[in-house]
Design a protein around this ligand. Sequence first.
Ligand SMILES: C[S@@+](CC[C@H](N)C(=O)[O-])C[C@H]1O[C@@H](n2cnc3c(N)ncnc32)[C@H](O)[C@@H]1O
Length: 288
Amino acid sequence: MSDPERVRQRQRTEWSAVAPGWQRFREKLGAPTGRITERMVELAGIRPGFRVLDLACGAGDPALTIAQIVGSGGYVLGLDLSQEMVRAARAEARRQNITNAGFRAIRSELEPGVPAGSFDAATCRLGLMFMPDPAAALRELHRALRPGARVAVSTWGRPERNPNFSIPLEIIGRHAGLPPQGPMTPGLFALPTPEHLEAVLRAAGFEEVEVEVLRTPAVRARDAETFWRGVSTVAAPIASILDSLTGEQRRRIREDALATLGEIFPDGPVELEGEAVLGAGRRRAPAL
Ligand SMILES: C[S@@+](CC[C@H](N)C(=O)[O-])C[C@H]1O[C@@H](n2cnc3c(N)ncnc32)[C@H](O)[C@@H]1O
C-alpha cells in the first residue's frame, strides 16, 4: 500500500469509528462550527439555485445547511472516505426531510467521480488537513468547478489557539507519548495558518485567493467529565490514540485530564475558544 493510501485507510478507519458519536453530539458540534459554515458560505458566494460540492462531508454538515440555502432549485453533493459518515449524513437528510442533497463514499479525494466544470461552488470544512496531499485534493475541486466559481475551505489553527484539542493531546503525550505531528503531516494541525492555506490554494490553480482566521466558541461543556466524554468520542485523532492504549493508561489519562481541567475551571463549566483558518479562491475563467 502506498503512503497516501495508508493515510486514507487510517483516516477512513478513525473517522468511521467516531461516526456514531457525530450523530449523537450533532447539536453540540453545531455551536463551534456554525460560524465557520456561515463565513464559508459567504466566501464561496453560495446562492439559491447553486450546485455545490462538499468534500469530506462527514455526518452531513455543512452540506445540509448549504442544501437549505441553495433551495429546491439547487443541489449539494457530499463526498467522504468514510461509508459510516456518509450513512450518518443520509440518515440526517431523511430526518430533516432534505431532498436536494446526496452523499457518496469515495475511495480517494483524487477520484471524486464528478464531471469537470459541473459545480457552482465547492466547500471543504475541517477536512483538508487530513488528506495526504491537500493541494492535489484542491486541484480536483478546481476541476469540478465551472470557470469563475469559488471554493471555500477551513482548517484548525495552531495547537495553542485550540486548547480543546491541545490540552487533551498534551495530557495524553505526558502519559503515553504521541505520534509525530506537525504542519504538512496529515492530522488536526496540518495547515494551521493562513499562509499554509494560501499556498495550497494557489498550488491548486485558484486565483483571487483570500485567507483569514476566525475565532470560534469551541467548547461549552457542563463540567470536565462531560468535556472529556465528548472529546474522546468525536475527535477521531484523539479517540484513536486512546483506543490504542491499555485500560490502565486510559484511566490515568482520564484522571489527569479531569484534575487539570478542574484546576483551570474550578467553578464547573468548561468553556474554551478556538481558532479556525479559512481560505477561498476562484477558478480561473478561460481567456477570451
Ligand atoms: C473533522 S471531520 C469534518 C466533517 C465535516 N466536513 C464537518 O465539518 O463537520 C473530517 C472528515 O474528513 C474525512 N476525510 C478525511 N480524509 C479524507 C479524504 N482524503 N477524502 C475525503 N474525506 C476525508 C473524514 O472521513 C471525516 O468525515
